[in-house]
Design a protein around this ligand. Structure first.
Ligand SMILES: [Zn+2]
Length: 269
């Protein structure tokens, strides 16, 4: 393998890990943001319930006050009836009294209905209080967990970035290093990754077969081999190809199935 390529293989591992960490760091706060939205929505729902409770209370205060007015009016009317001297006056006043009593009844009914609504609203508020409290706790836990994970990921990323920089500097020191890095960066930019392992005579990036001569060159680890002199690319996808004998394990042989009869015959021989 070309000496630069051996280092680029490691560089790619660092780059992939750095990208994974960056993606994770970007994704981590999303759950917190979603929970914050949910918490805000729940608080909004609770505020609506509280507002309705306040309105019912205000309605009952108004009704109480109006009922008290009507009762006063009734007392006054009753006094006027007692003091009345003719039937016409009495009839008119009794009309007034009846109206006041009907009004009092109507408003007392309205007050009862309001109290029933308040009871239902109180139950809703209890649920809303609980949900708000639970979400606040969940949010707090998630914030702590996220911050811990972010700290771990950021530390890991800083470590990987330092390793990447050091490795790039090391690669750049060889005669071909700058060019190799430029090739690596160019392929990385267009394809996401630059280096692809050839396994079982296949490019692992595009799965295309490597032609026999190229495959032989790739596997030839001598100093004179083309793969040691230059960085070879996949003819199909353009990735830099490398061969790692340690990872190119032989294909597992298919298990030979033997009938029970055949086994018996074999064991009896
Ligand atoms: Zn390929």
């Amino acid at each position: 393998m070309h000496p630069d390529l051996a280092k680029l293989v490691v560089l790619q591992e660092f780059d992939i890990e750095a990208k994974r960490l960056r993606d994770q760091i970007a994704a981590l706060p999303r759950l917190v943001a979603a929970l914050e939205l949910k918490a805000a929505a729940t608080q909004g729902q609770r505020a609506v319930v509280l507002d309705l409770i306040a309105k019912e209370e205000a309605l009952r205060r108004r009704l109480e006050s109006d009922i008290a007015d009507q009762r006063l009016k009734l007392v006054r009317t009753q006094k006027k009836i007692d003091a009345a001297t003719n039937t016409i006056q009495v009839t008119a006043l009794e009309h007034e009294a009846a109206f006041a009593r009907a009004e009092i009844n109507r408003m007392e009914d309205a007050e009862l209905e309001s109290m029933e609504r308040s009871e239902a609203l109180d139950a809703q508020q209890a649920i809303a209080d609980q949900t708000v409290a639970e979400l606040a706790q969940q949010l707090q836990r998630e914030r702590t967990r996220t911050n811990n994970l972010l700290a771990i990921d950021r530390a890991a990323l800083a470590e990987i970035d330092a390793k990447r920089s050091a490795l790039r500097a090391e690669i750049a020191q060889s005669d071909t290093g700058e060019d190799s890095l430029a090739t690596y960066d160019r392929i990385s930019r267009s394809k996401g990754t630059a280096v692809s392992q050839a396994i079982h005579q296949q490019c692992s990036a595009c799965q295309m077969m490597v032609r026999p001569q190229r495959w032989n060159d790739l596997r030839d680890n001598s100093a004179e081999s083309p793969a040691s002199q230059t960085m070879m690319t996949c003819e199909n996808c353009g990735h830099l190809l490398y061969y790692d004998p340690a990872r190119d394990t032989p294909q597992p042989k298919p298990v030979r199935s033997e009938s029970i009869a055949a086994q018996i015959v074999r064991s009896s021989i």
